[in-house]
Design a binder for this molecule. Structure first.
Ligand SMILES: C[S@@+](CC[C@H](N)C(=O)[O-])C[C@H]1O[C@@H](n2cnc3c(N)ncnc32)[C@H](O)[C@@H]1O
Length: 243
């Protein structure tokens, strides 16, 4: 049986038993292999824009599911984003390990197709605040979030569905900037990794502020102020996390 990293295991944890799944940007194919081996899904599209990753996935299939009969239902497709699925073909799509802005492009390329997928599990590598804002402004609801540690980083995993009433924002608290910066579900639970996650963010902003403080240029002064405002905001959030 394949063993997943904490990040991939938590992503897989958002997939409902029996769902038809697409793993967009599958790379190594670990999620499809795990879902099949554990009987979570019997129909999994593994898509990637590049040939190399799909060849790597083929090798991983040889290693973990050597009998071709046991691989039935895992379908590899070369292509960008949701191009690899038909409208209505899957219930859940995973998009993990890519930039938040690329995720916005993928989700907005064909709205009818995007709406035909009930749930998206998104694990952005960057621009998480921009992605949250975009999701809430474009008819999605962030139904849950979880943090996962992998190597030196703590990653955010968003479970996203279509919002029926278009008033997703009203369910959130805090200022707009706060709700985009740190997922509200992470604060409400609170997620066991939330303090470490916010402390890491504060550390990054302190470095930005220190570096900017070495120059008197108008840009540097603005950068320092922006970083200091963000530190105050993050410290405010951390102080509201229940112990
Ligand atoms: C860093 S890997 C992430 C792999 C895996 N999803 C994970 O989270 O461990 C990113 C993968 O996305 C693929 N990719 C990048 N842009 C893509 C796109 N527009 N559509 C589909 N796959 C894409 C890359 O080829 C690469 O295999």
């Amino acid at each position: 049986m394949i063993r997943l990293s904490e990040r991939l295991e938590k992503i897989a944890g958002f997939i409902s038993l029996g769902d038809k799944v697409a793993d967009i940007g599958t790379d190594h194919g670990y999620i499809p292999i795990y879902l099949k081996q554990n009987g979570i899904s019997s129909y999994i599209i593994a898509g990637d824009i590049n040939k190399g990753p799909l060849e790597k996935m083929e090798e991983n299939l040889d290693k973990h599911i050597p009998d071709h009969k046991d691989r039935e239902g895992i379908i590899m497709r070369l292509g960008s984003g949701l191009d690899v699925i038909e409208r209505g073909e899957v219930d859940t799509a995973v998009i993990a390990g890519m930039g938040g802005l690329l995720m916005e492009d993928i989700l907005s390329a064909d709205w009818e197709k995007t709406r035909s997928v009930k749930r998206f599990i998104l694990q952005p590598r960057n621009a998480q605040d921009k992605l949250r804002k975009w999701l809430l402004e474009n008819g999605f609801s962030i139904v849950d979030e979880i943090l996962a540690r992998e190597s030196r980083f703590v990653w955010e995993i968003l479970c996203v569905e279509h919002c029926e009433s278009m008033d997703a924002k009203s369910k959130y608290f805090g200022t707009e900037d706060e709700q985009y910066e740190v997922g509200q579900h992470l604060i409400k639970k609170p997620d066991p990794l939330i303090r470490e996650f916010i402390s890491n963010k504060i550390g990054i902003e302190r470095k930005i502020s220190e570096n900017a403080g070495r120059s008197d240029s108008a840009d540097a002064v603005l950068q320092k102020k922006t970083a200091e405002d963000k530190i105050r905001m993050l410290e405010g959030i951390i102080s509201n996390v229940n112990r």
